[in-house]
Design a protein around this ligand. Structure first.
Ligand SMILES: [Zn+2]
Ligand SMILES: [Zn+2]
Ligand SMILES: [Zn+2]
Ligand SMILES: [Zn+2]
Length: 354
């Protein structure tokens, strides 16, 4: 397929996606059922645009015959297979939470078109709040990708900006949800249950559950998303908590919002690392690399776990690659000597030309 041809297909696909989003927005109050279906179609088409840009064959389920593609005689892959396919494109990493948010939309859509929509006719307001929340979060995750894929979607950036400002107004529906539970949150906090701001919907509704020492998993009662955090008591002893989440962990410094104290990344590493490099052990110590974010030497031992200080993934396991002899969070492939790890290509590739 020549490049002009590809651009034509791509434009039509993106315009179709935008059209579905516009329709979905206009229906959110009047016809919520169709709003769900159209929203999901919009997400699906934008994800497909990414695949089409890479290679039209990635879109096809089965026979990749170009003449059949041109005549429209083909079946595209299912929604649920789009994310795994995108992840095969070099440089594309789709986080678990993003995948879950899209899966939730798809599940709801499938239930409607293959079964029926449970309309809570006696509580229209709660139903609307629920649908709007799913879309608000789904859009939040999609819009991050849209911004990242600027080179592919750039001629439509003003359309996406408009869609974004309309969907951001859904926050009013989330507020309805929050108003209903805020007294309960206040009560729980009195009983020493901890809460923090949700990194996705921004409401102060993420209930903290301790994993280990300062490491928490937080579940938002508004948008139902989960995220981990390192919740560090301010080193200046002001009583404030510095929340380090997947949203800010890649930054080089973190501020206590209570007293403005700033903790540098190196300082944080020193503070948390339970197995630091010393002059006696440096010779034996391997880098611990993180395959989830693709960065080297970013993982520390933290109590009984290993935690990545670049993306906050953690595991109780590290393993050493038998080819590059560096450690990897979560383990290495069984035959690492031959096939390598996320950070090397293995012995077979090294000696390919021997
Ligand atoms: Zn939330
Ligand atoms: Zn402080
Ligand atoms: Zn990482
Ligand atoms: Zn390796």
């Amino acid at each position: 397929m020549d490049s002009q041809h590809k651009i034509n297909h791509l434009s039509l696909l993106i315009e179709n996606g935008i059209d579905f989003f516009e329709r979905s927005i206009s229906q959110i109050e009047s016809e919520p059922k169709y709003s769900i279906i159209n929203f999901c179609a919009g997400v699906e088409l934008i994800l497909k645009a990414r695949l089409l840009y890479e290679d039209w064959k990635l879109l096809i389920d089965g026979d990749t015959d170009e003449s059949k593609f041109e005549s429209g005689d083909f079946k595209t892959i299912n929604f649920i297979d789009l994310i795994p396919k995108i992840k095969t494109i070099p440089g594309e990493k789709i986080t678990k939470s993003r995948k879950n948010a899209f899966a939730k939309l798809a599940k709801h859509r499938n239930k409607i078109i293959h079964f029926y929509h449970e309309a809570h006719s006696n509580n229209k307001e709660a139903e609307l709040a629920q649908i709007a929340t799913e879309q608000y979060i789904g859009w939040f995750f999609l819009y991050e990708l849209i911004k990242k894929w600027g080179n592919i979607l750039e001629s439509y950036s003003s359309d996406f900006l408009k869609l974004n400002s309309k969907i951001m107004q859904y926050k009013k529906y989330l507020q309805v949800k929050f108003d209903k539970i805020k007294d309960d949150i206040t009560n729980e906090k009195k009983q020493d249950i901890l809460y923090c701001d949700c990194i996705y919907c921004k409401f102060h509704a993420a209930r903290k559950e301790n994993i280990e020492e300062d490491l928490y998993n937080n579940k938002c009662r508004i948008c139902e998303q989960n995220f981990d955090s390192l919740s560090i008591s301010c080193p200046d002893k002001c009583g404030g908590i510095i929340e380090i989440t997947p949203d800010n962990i890649y930054e080089s410094q973190f501020e206590c919002l209570n007293c403005d104290y700033i903790i540098e990344k190196d300082e944080l590493r020193e503070l948390l690392n339970c197995d630091p490099i010393t002059k006696d052990n440096y010779y034996f110590k391997n880098n611990i690399n993180c395959p989830f974010c693709g960065e080297r030497d970013v993982v520390i031992k933290y109590e009984t776990l290993y935690v990545c200080l670049n993306c906050l993934e953690y595991s109780d396991t590290i393993e050493t690659c038998e080819c590059c002899e560096e450690d990897q969070l979560g383990g290495v492939p069984e035959d690492s000597y031959n096939i390598g790890c996320e950070f090397c290509d293995g012995y077979i590739a090294l000696h390919e030309n021997d």
